[in-house]
Design a protein around this ligand. Structure first.
Ligand code: BGC
Length: 353
């Protein structure tokens, strides 16, 4: 195993950015930059032993500095949507940027995906690791409190990309960190993800209004296109526009209420791509997972090696607290108080079938 680094460029304000290459004992390779904590490539073998890069992304830093749909990034301070960019905490109303009309999305105009994290490469017994740190100042993007965050990526020798998050604050604040890789287990440049077979370990999901804000209900997946309790192709029901939820999302863009209720590290979902044989399991301590099928990809992002990322060419499995939690009293709380430590662990484990 090894971890090496090289310069990846500079931000407009002159900050040096690096890119790290983590290689495990089986030859899997993850490249991660300390700009946004972005996973820029992830090379894993298929059934025939051939490696493919299974995440969408860009060849250079500018691709990530320019506007893009959060390819590979760490998303924060609050991932997902906050209705109308407003919430009240301890009697005070906070106003955030409306960057996804009419709502706030993924931490605002300059979220954790657009900042430079300090970095430390570590060789652990499990595999090569990269520790990233970022201190978000009080009031950044409208959020209260100085939030000191850490994210540790480990590419383990059992072929898992493990992400451990931690944070402390000096004032009560909402927090909902997640990871936003767009996966295509056939390869980032191969085409749509509709024939991947998906299992989501969830009996319920959180239905939304047409702006993708939950209406507060926890709805049974039974009899709906959201029922992935047995492995089902993504494409099987994705165009069922008689289903109002599918219509609102333009496909899948919803939060599943994972059956894992008590914060245990447990299986959330599996993804299988038959042609290559690649199989990915997602494990998490989080109560929810946004399964997003790249419905807004439209060919305007030209990525690695000139790949054109079109409609549904990648999917995200964003383990997290539920969308709009700060405004939804019956959802698990996403408020971190001084003296508490926020922790979340998510792992993407690769094998073949
Ligand atoms: C959201 C999508 C959004 C995408 C990129 C996902 O987490 O659920 O609605 O388009 O991120 O911003």
């Amino acid at each position: 195993m090894s971890i090496t680094s090289k310069p990846f460029g500079q931000t407009a304000d002159g900050k040096q950015v690096d890119i790290f290459t983590l290689t495990n004992n089986n030859g899997l390779v993850a490249q991660i930059t300390n700009f946004g904590g972005i996973v820029t490539s992830l090379s894993v073998p298929g059934r025939d032993g051939k490696f493919a890069d299974v995440v969408l992304g860009f060849d250079d830093l500018d691709g990530y500095i320019n506007e893009h749909p959060y390819f590979g990034a760490i998303v924060g301070r609050v991932g997902n949507r906050i209705a109308k960019g407003k919430f009240t905490l301890e009697g005070k109303e906070y106003t955030l940027a409306i960057n996804n009309r009419p709502n706030h999305l993924h931490g605002g105009l300059k979220g954790f995906d657009k900042v430079v994290w300090t970095s430390q490469a570590i060789e652990t017994a499990e595999g090569p690791a990269l520790r990233l740190m970022y201190t978000s100042p009080d009031g950044e993007e409208g959020y209260p409190g100085t939030l000191t965050c850490g994210v540790t990526y480990t590419l383990t020798n059992d072929n898992t990309l493990k992400i451990e998050y931690d944070a402390v604050t000096d004032k009560a604040t909402p927090i909902n960190l997640t990871h936003h890789s767009y996966f295509n287990l056939a390869g980032h440049d191969v085409g749509d993800i509709l024939s991947h077979e998906v299992m989501i370990n969830a009996d319920n999901f959180t239905p939304t209004d047409k702006t993708l804000i939950p209406n507060g209900e926890i709805r049974d997946v039974e009899g709906t296109p959201m029922d992935f309790r047995t492995p089902t192709e993504i494409g099987a029901r994705i165009n069922n526009d008689k289903d109002q939820q599918i219509k609102f999302g333009g496909g899948y863009d919803h939060n599943w209420v994972l059956n894992n209720k008590d914060g245990q590290f447990a299986l959330a979902a599996t993804f299988y791509e038959k042609t290559s044989g690649r199989f990915m399991e997602v494990l998490t301590t989080e109560p929810g997972m946004q399964f997003y099928t790249g419905n807004f990809l439209d060919g305007s992002n030209v990525g690695k090696g000139g790949a054109v990322y079109k409609h549904r060419n990648g999917f995200c499995a964003e383990t997290q607290h539920f969308p709009d939690s700060p405004n939804q009293p019956n959802f698990p709380t996403a408020i971190l108080h001084p003296g508490q430590t926020y922790k979340q662990i998510t792992a993407y484990r690769f094998s073949t079938k």
